[in-house]
Design a protein around this ligand. Structure first.
Ligand code: PMV
Length: 319
């Protein structure tokens, strides 16, 4: 039996504005997707505990499965193209992340499965191939992914990225502080949120261009504050970034309320993360206070998780 895991991510600054050329910062979080794989007598079976779904395949990859399992079949196809013969096995996929909440659960699951299968085969994929193979899964799930979720799931850490450029590692000195990740429970579509913002930007570009420049300036300053360990400054920038995202129409009453409650309970700052119109809110707080703040929002009926920044990338686990 082999187990591999890979982290989810949150976008700290710059989502949406990154679509039209500004920069964004993303970090790997302490919530992981896991894949366990073991050899079987014949055929391939993949079960996803979170999706409540499974695929039963023969070794030529024909079989029965729903569209939600197609990414893992795409991973196997990509592995076969790279010379990995298909061997009979069973795989169980689990994820600590809520689904469709912008935390990168699908990319992390594809990465974990590709690593577990290649290790079961006897030669675990290296970083570059792991990225490429898992991206085939993400393409099936999301059409035209930027690849940032896969890059973070493979390498972990904290990165700044701009469309069309390779992500660059950012130094983080924030010991003593935690992220709080709160799931609003509202399911959203990244595609619709992105299209809505682009439409608004096109209609009012002279005014909105200033917001895009502001978002990029926030990222610039945040890079300096992350390496200086200035959590208070980062909290302030999170609040401003949330305001920009509200301005372009991707916050909701619930996301605003959660951000407000997190700040009221003592967080240094809070913002929605990812596509918005639902999904998650993140906050930064002193580690000693984070648990109490999380309890406060749990008391309001939301799921909340604590995390550090820059969690380790994909790895094989000893079980
Ligand atoms: O919520 P997520 O993880 O799907 O993030 C979307 C991030 C956007 O900037 C809104 C879109 C993109 O492709 O960068």
């Amino acid at each position: 039996m082999i187990e591999a895991s890979a982290p989810g991510k949150v976008i700290l600054f710059g989502e949406h504005f990154v679509v039209k050329g500004s920069r964004a910062i993303a970090t790997a979080v302490d919530l992981r997707a896991r894949a366990r794989a073991e050899r079987a007598e014949r055929g391939i079976s993949i079960d996803s505990a979170n999706l409540g779904s499974s695929a039963r395949l023969s070794l030529d990859l024909s079989g029965t499965y729903g569209p939600e399992m197609a990414p893992y079949v795409a991973v196997l196809r990509a592995l076969r193209e790279r010379g990995y013969s298909l061997i009979p096995h069973r795989a169980l996929l689990t994820s600590e992340m809520p689904l469709s909440a912008g935390l990168g659960s699908s990319a992390a699951s594809s990465v974990a499965y590709a690593l577990a299968y290649s290790a079961l085969h006897g030669s675990p994929l290296g970083e570059r191939e792991l990225f490429e193979v898992s991206l085939e899964g993400e393409r099936v799930a999301h059409g035209n992914p930027s690849g940032i979720d896969n890059a973070i799931a493979v390498k972990g850490g904290t990165v700044v990225y701009r469309r069309g450029e390779a992500p660059r590692e950012v130094e983080v000195r924030l010991g003593g502080h935690s992220l709080i990740i709160v799931d609003s429970g509202e399911k959203r579509s990244t595609r619709e949120a992105v299209e809505g913002v682009l439409r608004l930007a096109d209609r009012h570009w002279r005014a909105l261009e200033k917001l895009y420049l502001a978002a990029d300036a926030i990222v610039e300053e945040a890079i300096a504050l992350l390496s200086a360990g200035d959590a208070e400054g980062l909290g302030e920038l999170m609040n401003v970034n949330h305001g920009l995202l509200s301005a372009v129409g991707v916050s909701t009453a619930k996301l605003d309320l959660i951000a407000h409650e997190l700040r009221r309970a003592g967080a240094l700052g809070a913002k929605l993360t990812g596509a918005g119109r639902g999904g998650c809110v993140i906050a930064i707080a002193q580690a000693g206070r984070a648990q109490r703040i999380a309890e406060h929002v749990k008391g309001l009926g939301y799921e909340a998780f604590l995390s550090g920044l820059g969690a380790p990338g994909a790895r094989l686990e000893t079980i």
